[in-house]
Design a protein around this ligand. Sequence first.
Ligand SMILES: Nc1ncnc2c1ncn2[C@@H]1O[C@H](COP(=O)(O)OP(=O)(O)OP(=O)(O)O)[C@@H](O)[C@H]1O
Ligand SMILES: [Mg+2]
Length: 709
Amino acid sequence: MIDTAVPQRLPVGRVVATELKPATPHQFHFWTANETSIGIGAIVRVEDDATATGAAGRVVYGVVTDGFAYSDLATPLQDVVGAEGDPVKAVASPTVRQEIRLWTAAVLRQSPEEPLQPVPLGRVHVASDTDVAQALRMDAYLGGPEPTAIPIGLYTSGGLEAPVYVDADFLLGPEAAHLNISGVSGLATKTSAVEFLLASVFQHFPPHKGRIAAVCFNVKGPDLCFLDRPGVLDDDDRRRYARLSVTARPFERVRYYAPFKADGVNLNTLRTHPELVGDVEPLVWGLREVLDYAEVLLNRDDVDAKADAFIDFLADRVVDKEFEDGFGGVHRVVSFADLERLFRSIFDGLELAGRGDSWRTHHIATMRKVRNRLSNISTRCKGLVTDDGPSNDLPWGRFEDRAVYVIDVANVDPLGQDLVFARAVSQLREHLERRDLGVEAVVVFVDELNKYAPADGPETYVRKMLLDISERGRYLGLVLFGAEQFRSQMHRRVVGNAGTVVFGRMDADELATPGYHVLSPATKIKLATLPIGELMVRHPHFTQPIFVRFPRPAVLRGRDGVERYPPAADLPFEDAVARQLVRLDRRVRPNQVKDLIADRREEDVRRALAHTRQARPHDALAHFQKQLGGRVSLRPRSSRSPAVAALGARRSRCATTRRRARRITTRSTSRTRCASRADRSGECRMSRSWCCVCTTPNWCTDRCRAASP
Ligand SMILES: Nc1ncnc2c1ncn2[C@@H]1O[C@H](COP(=O)(O)OP(=O)(O)OP(=O)(O)O)[C@@H](O)[C@H]1O
Ligand SMILES: [Mg+2]
């Protein structure tokens, strides 16, 4: 809250203008006593003499950008000679040298604004709360019937603290949008600043602007994994929260999403402590979700016009439709496994028909290339992309007001990260365009933005999307909050379009790059030595950058979170499946699940689990059992001896393997290996998926060769 009851203080200085250092409409100089509360970044108010006597005059607000000290000496030589070259004598000198403090300030605002004139030779006052609001033009959005002010931090100078607000119309659209924060690792407090600002936005987002949510990509360790847990604050933090009228509390509605690990059942996140893992939703995408973003996943060299045309053909004509392959087979392709079957059927058909080079105008080499790349995707992004079974996604169309959706991609392969990013942002864009997302505005927070939108490097799909959000997102209510360590390494159009720019402590080398030439040397030095928790803010309403302090975010830091809630070790397959079913239905007992899935192929179990998760049935176990299908072990696990159970498992799986191996008799090496490996290991690893893989000639040969004794 702005404190309007600050008593009028005495002037602390006076404007001076000389021929060499004149006052201009944009800059002025003033002197103060040697002992003064003024420093770099301080906001001051200048009153001309008429205003000081109560008449209508000119008032100028400025921010200090540089400071100098002078004595009456013309050259250093005079001082050396005066002290006879001895510094001890200089200290004991009977005459105290005259010395002044001279400051340079940049004009923030003049009143009246027209005609714009040089700053008068007036008295200089330290700014009060109201002055800060005036100086930063915050009065335009702090008051009125529909205020749009969002607290960002406290301007602090000489014992005075004044809240600084940014304008929601310029931070979150439609007038301007986006925020970019940069600075060195740790000291710049970038992630913390965005966490605090998001809390502030959620609490102060103007009601007339509707509902708002945030989608945060957790790209580093446990950074954003504990946004719903309270963090440790000290008294200073609490005071700052009170001064900014922001309640210090963790986010109330946080939804976590993380892909599985390669085993398809353990979540790939650091939020796996038993108390917390229950509210992490798996992020699982299938063929349809991936195919739309094939461009993200395939190298540019890969996607030539022919491959592109074939991918479009698959997306438009094949996926989710009854499709006749031309050799008598009818396919309904909904998963990677179905697509693989279709490919096999086409290639077999072509081979039998003796027409080896094209199918429906698509060259066989193009088809093989697309097939290999797509199967590569499901291998590299295993856990995120499922070969089979339904997908599990963010609640597009059902976003909740003031909810944070954290997508944890910290441990995902870079290719998978790109896919998650591209798809999530595209979905947001599409739903916001159709106005059916559930909220009117979404803040997308991308930490380590330089990874996705670097200044140089290849033109990737993700970078194109970030440019698109930066340039057009504000119309839609799609707002990008990006953080990176080195702004100079970012794509210019991404950072340049951020209406609000925040700097934490900066590296001196970074400050020497051309992007910082507009800052005065003193401001640069201040930036290079900025204490933790202090930031420099540029906002369209502020004509000069302003330094603010912000309190620690009221959420548990990632580092503290993993200490308080240590991540659980990966569970064995059966336990992980049981845990997920228990999560869906508290009545499920883990032993029942283990009995059900003993002897079942893991991919069948995963598929049944995915279906159950998607259906969220009343009786999860019954649904799961139904999805598992026919051959269900009815014998309770405990009644079978481990040796018998192992034998059963080996037989059933080896049978599958042998059957598959026989089918590919032409590839004798594959057959021998599959059989020998099954016999040798006892616990057969040559399950169906392996043999499916074997049908990919190149890969099969390599893998089999690698596994060869
Ligand atoms: N307002 C604050 N006052 C004091 N300390 C703070 C404040 N905000 C954050 N910190 C501390 O600063 C440390 C670093 O913060 P943070 O992780 O946000 O930095 P970062 O710039 O995101 O680092 P990186 O680039 O490595 O991700 C944290 O340990 C946090 O406790
Ligand atoms: Mg960070």
